[in-house]
Design a protein around this ligand. Structure first.
Ligand code: HEC
Length: 191
């Protein structure tokens, strides 16, 4: 009965390997869970980040303002509405980063700041680069419909002025490297 014993042994060994593997798997899972939970304690991008509203631009109409807050307010104002997943690291960090860079470019809650690039707002809506398309997948209510677009662009021109009319297009290079919502290709220089 030699061969039978050999087979039995092999079976046992296989069973043991399987057991070791599943324990190791559990340990790895546990470690991942601990790291994940640990991440949640890093005090960055937790959504408690709406500084006070200082001043708003002189909107040409309440419709323009409404559309702006619906489509742009989550990155260009101090009245950001955080989604539930925005509280989970590391997603929250990417969102925080987007809001920080978005606000740096344009913040309608801190009007009067020199850095505000309001005059480019109409152009970004016109060429479809804003709101970022990936963001509108997550928040479909931010989409500007075809029927709203024209009036919105005009409202933005009336509110912020525009470089639309001049031939001068923004030549600013979009840094796509660490963005959660990458800019559209057609918004980049290298198109
Ligand atoms: C999901 C976040 C997000 C939303 C929503 C969003 N933006 Fe932006 N926006 C950004 C970021 C990030 C930048 C900075 C881009 C850069 O410099 O790379 C930016 C830049 C801009 C700029 C500066 C010019 C430029 O192209 O860099 C303008 C103007 C602008 N956005 C207008 C708008 C308008 C108008 C809307 C709504 C229709 C909007 N944005 C919606 C994130 C957003």
């Amino acid at each position: 009965m030699e061969p039978m014993e050999g087979e039995e042994k092999e079976k046992q060994e296989k069973k043991h390997t399987k057991w070791v593997k599943s324990v190791m798997g559990l340990v790895a899972l546990g470690e991942a869970a601990v790291i994940f939970i640990g991440l949640q304690f890093i005090p960055y991008g937790r959504g408690y980040n709406n500084p006070p509203v200082k001043a708003e631009p002189k909107w040409d109409s309440s419709t323009t303002r409404e559309l702006f807050f619906r489509a742009c307010g989550d990155c260009h104002s101090n009245e950001v509405v955080w989604p539930w997943y925005g509280y989970i690291a590391p997603i929250s960090w990417f969102i925080q980063h987007d809001i920080d860079t978005g606000r740096a470019a344009l913040n309608v809650s801190e009007w009067g700041r020199e850095e505000n690039e309001g005059s480019e707002a109409a152009e970004t809506v016109n060429n479809g680069s804003m709101p970022p398309w990936a963001y509108t997948i997550l928040r479909s209510s931010a989409k500007i419909s075809a029927s709203e677009k024209e009036a919105f662009v005009q409202g933005l021109v009336a509110t912020f002025g525009s470089e639309l009319k001049g031939e001068q297009k923004s030549k600013k290079k979009v840094d796509d490297s660490i963005r959660f919502f990458p800019a559209r290709k057609d918004d980049r220089e290298d198109k």
